[in-house]
Design a protein around this ligand. Structure first.
Ligand code: 5CU
Length: 382
């Protein structure tokens, strides 16, 4: 059953900056695969399943013996259908969406395939945006495994696409993370092109930290998604900060998924650890603090599902740097009633309620729900 009166309507326009799609050609690739990420039909399930995460591998391997818990999640038409995206937006009174390819993007493809695939996916997103001008924009796929010269050309091409407003990146970089000095040229090019990075997790933490009961599926997706994802983002940004990336590329702008993982909560601890490490005090003596970086180069989405986390995000980055998101098509209703996915989603309602509780329904709420994104991502007037 749909939750009634889910969204207090913001007085200004509502923008969803964290909303994913897998274009049909990407789903075809997943269907052809035997290792994660993959799409597969399982006995006992009406719809194919999308299996993405390393944490899902143990269940994928044991499903023949035990079919009571299926690996992955249902691959609904919400993942690839433009019509469904617009229906979801209308249902939740979302005026504008900035769509992005979901994890794990093109990380699993050989570098020779990743670049043309990104071009095809970005072309698909451009065409989708053109069907609904003013309602859709996109963060482009940028496969860092491709040769740097191709990536630099592609960044310059992306900056002139009418609906492209940034790029979505995972945390793996060229295999050594985002503090790899080899990435500085890419970061500089993105900053020069005024294309922010939407940083999104995928790899989480090693399965061993979650234990055998999580591996058997007993704890569902709670540990990898609720804890592994945010820690991954936190670690990636902390590494960039310690490497001085933000000081070396002062115009680089990053939008962090899930309200920055745990950064707003842990920034003080990061600062304290730096201050108490003689070697870092010397090496980083002219640095800005992580608090300063959070308030000047970082934006956070408001996908944290609770008032306390959202207030921490507001305190860390400033209410004018926070932007609403849904994480659609992940986290659909689970009760499984016929047609329920076409109604209102509780996962959306949780983030809206958190915003109302954290900041009331005045100007700050309108900013977080849409006006900040319109300003930061230049969503006006195409
Ligand atoms: O349910 C999941 O695994 C996910 C995912 O993979 N990516 C995402 O953005 N949200 C949830």
């Amino acid at each position: 059953m749909a939750t009634p009166n889910l969204l207090p309507k913001a007085k200004a326009r509502v923008v969803d900056i964290h909303t994913h799609m897998y274009p049909p050609e990407y789903i075809k690739v997943l269907e052809s695969r035997n290792t994660i990420p993959l799409v597969r039909k399982f006995t006992g399930a009406a719809d194919p399943r999308l299996v993405l995460l390393e944490a899902e591998v143990p269940l994928l391997e044991s499903h023949q013996q035990d079919t009571s818990i299926l690996p992955g999640r249902t691959l609904t038409r919400h993942f690839s259908s433009l019509e469904q995206k617009i229906h979801f937006m209308d249902t939740h009174q979302i005026d504008i969406s900035v769509i992005s390819l979901a994890n794990p993007w093109l990380d699993f493809l050989p570098s020779i395939e990743a670049f043309p695939s990104a071009q095809s996916i970005n072309a698909s997103f451009s065409s989708m945006c053109a069907v609904h001008p003013g309602r859709l924009y996109f963060f482009a796929a940028l496969p860092l495994t491709a040769p740097t010269s191709l990536l630099l050309d592609s960044i310059s091409a992306l900056s002139s696409l009418p609906y492209c407003r940034g790029v979505i990146l995972g945390t793996s970089g060229l295999g050594f993370g985002l503090d790899d000095p080899a990435l500085l040229a890419i970061f500089l090019a993105l900053a020069d092109a005024n294309l922010p990075i939407f940083l999104h997790p995928h790899y989480g933490l090693p399965n061993s930290v979650f234990g055998p009961r999580s591996a058997s599926g007993e704890y569902g997706h709670v540990l990898p998604l609720a804890l592994g994802f945010p820690m991954e983002t936190t670690i990636a940004v902390a590494r960039m900060f310690l490497a001085g990336v933000f000081d070396k590329v002062p115009n680089l702008r990053m939008i962090l998924a899930h309200s920055g993982g745990t950064l707003p909560f842990l920034a003080g601890r990061i600062e304290s650890c730096i201050m108490h490490d003689g070697h870092l005090v010397k090496r980083m003596k002219d640095r800005r603090t992580i608090w300063e970086v959070l308030r000047s180069q970082v934006y956070l989405d408001a996908v944290v599902y609770g008032e306390v986390g959202l207030k921490a995000a507001v305190e860390a980055s400033g209410v004018d740097r926070l932007m609403f998101g849904t994480d659609h098509p992940f986290f659909p209703p689970v009760r499984g009633e016929e047609g329920e996915e076409d109604g209102e989603w509780e996962s959306v309602g949780l983030n809206v309620k958190a915003a109302v509780k954290a900041m009331g329904e005045g100007e700050e709420y309108d900013g977080v729900m849409g006006l900040n994104a319109i300003r930061v991502l230049r969503l006006e007037g195409e």
